[in-house]
Design a protein. Structure first.
Length: 405
């Protein structure tokens, strides 16, 4: 019944959302404007060359001409940011994942980031204009210098205010899209697996700068049970451990490539620690992440199915390039619940990334997931790095050592 009632609203919403394509011709118009600035650049450059060759170019003239060229380039850069970033944010995604020339900022651009970048670009353009006035000060009135300086300071002040406001706005937006509170565990469900905490020698990968604190907002919104880092993982604990693969995964490139990661091993070997640590790296690389146990994901999808919005929930999760599904295999699922997890894996197949942790190999998932297991593991493992961790439980070993002491 709820599905029938929601159909008109959904149809209307899709129709209104489709109107975003009306903006596409606007961005094509900006592309034409980009061509105009290319023409203007070469026209100014040709004039400068002719003046220099003819011996009519003074030092002041050359400086002003070069500043004009810089001005044209900066405005062209501003256009590129509006065209690419605005189209990606407001019209449709640009499928550049994995392309060697993908801009670093495109993977985490949003309206707040775009506004700040535009404001800083405008300040830069204003700086060039003001510098032109001071270079040609003998032909510039004091009135023009005064108002040029005032306008430039106004641009700086506005950009500073916008940058200050964008931090809380971005954090609020990420909290609004965060996962709902974790499902309350029953007495029969195992508690989350503690992770190794000792200092480590895990290879460190340089993190991308995030002056606006957006990475921290993404980390808070991800719903991690605790903040874990690759640098804190005790590599000496697991007997079997592919350090090179984990170090490569720590660059978070698998997220842009839409590949999966599966950690398999006995309880207490650090699977969830590594999963969370890779999730933190992904947040720092500009990706939105959500973490939950398999039981919590199943409950979330079951609630969505009961409300008649399972497809909408799966589509909404596409906003997060990485989902982490922890503790697969710790609790058996009935066929209906296993089917929901299959829907999640199938929906994200070759579309977005998953990190999954499990206490048993993929070939034994039928023990807890039933008939859905073969189709699920086939899709999950097709584009995946499977990392095996062998060894005794970190908790048991340290508890025994404490008892011996």
């Amino acid at each position: 019944m709820a599905r029938v009632q929601n159909t008109p609203t959904t149809t209307l919403g899709y129709a209104l959302f489709a109107t975003r394509w009306l903006q596409a011709p606007l961005y094509f118009g900006l592309v034409a404007a980009q061509g105009v600035y290319v023409y203007k650049f070469f026209k100014e450059l040709w004039t400068l060359i002719l003046m220099c060759v003819g011996g009519h170019a003074s030092e002041t003239y050359v400086m002003l001409a070069v500043l004009k060229l810089v001005d044209v380039v900066m405005i062209a850069n501003l256009l590129i940011m509006v065209i690419v970033g605005g189209y990606e944010t407001f019209v449709s995604r640009i499928g550049l994942q994995g392309h060697r020339d993908q801009p670093e900022w495109l993977s985490h651009v949003n309206s707040n980031v775009l506004k700040v970048k535009l404001a800083t670009a405008i300040v830069g353009i204003s700086s060039v204009h003001l510098l032109q006035m001071f270079v040609d000060v003998h032909h510039t009135s004091q009135h023009a210098l005064l108002w040029g300086t005032v306008i430039h300071m106004a641009f700086i002040f506005s950009a500073a205010i916008l940058a200050y406001m964008s931090g809380p706005m971005a954090a609020h937006a990420d909290r609004g899209h965060a996962a709902r509170p974790p499902v309350e565990r029953t007495r029969s469900e195992p508690a989350p697996e503690p992770r190794p905490e000792t200092a480590a020698a895990a290879p460190s990968v340089p993190r991308q700068p995030d002056p606006d604190g957006e990475a921290e907002a993404r980390i808070r919104a991800a719903g991690f049970p605790a903040r874990k880092l690759l640098e804190d993982f005790d590599e000496r604990h697991p007997r079997g451990f592919d350090r090179e693969t984990v170090a490569r995964l720590g660059k978070a490139e698998f997220v842009s490539a839409r590949r999966n990661v599966v950690f398999v091993g006995p309880p207490g070997t650090g699977k969830t620690h590594l999963a969370v640590a890779l999730g933190v790296r992904a947040c720092q690389a500009g990706h939105r992440v959500l973490f939950a146990t398999a039981a919590e994901w199943a409950a979330r999808l079951a609630d969505a199915r009961t409300a008649g919005r399972l497809d909408a929930e799966l589509a909404a999760l596409d906003d997060h390039p990485l989902l982490i599904v922890d503790e697969v295999g710790y609790t058996p699922f009935d066929p209906d619940t296993a089917g929901l997890l299959f829907r999640l894996v199938a929906h994200r197949y070759e579309r977005a990334s998953l990190i999954v942790t499990s206490d048993r190999p993929l070939g034994r998932w039928n023990e807890v997931l039933g008939p859905s297991a073969p189709a699920m593991t086939d899709r999950l493992a097709h584009h995946a790095e499977i990392v095996r961790l062998d060894g005794e439980s970190y908790r048991t070993r340290h508890a025994s050592a404490a008892w011996a002491d």
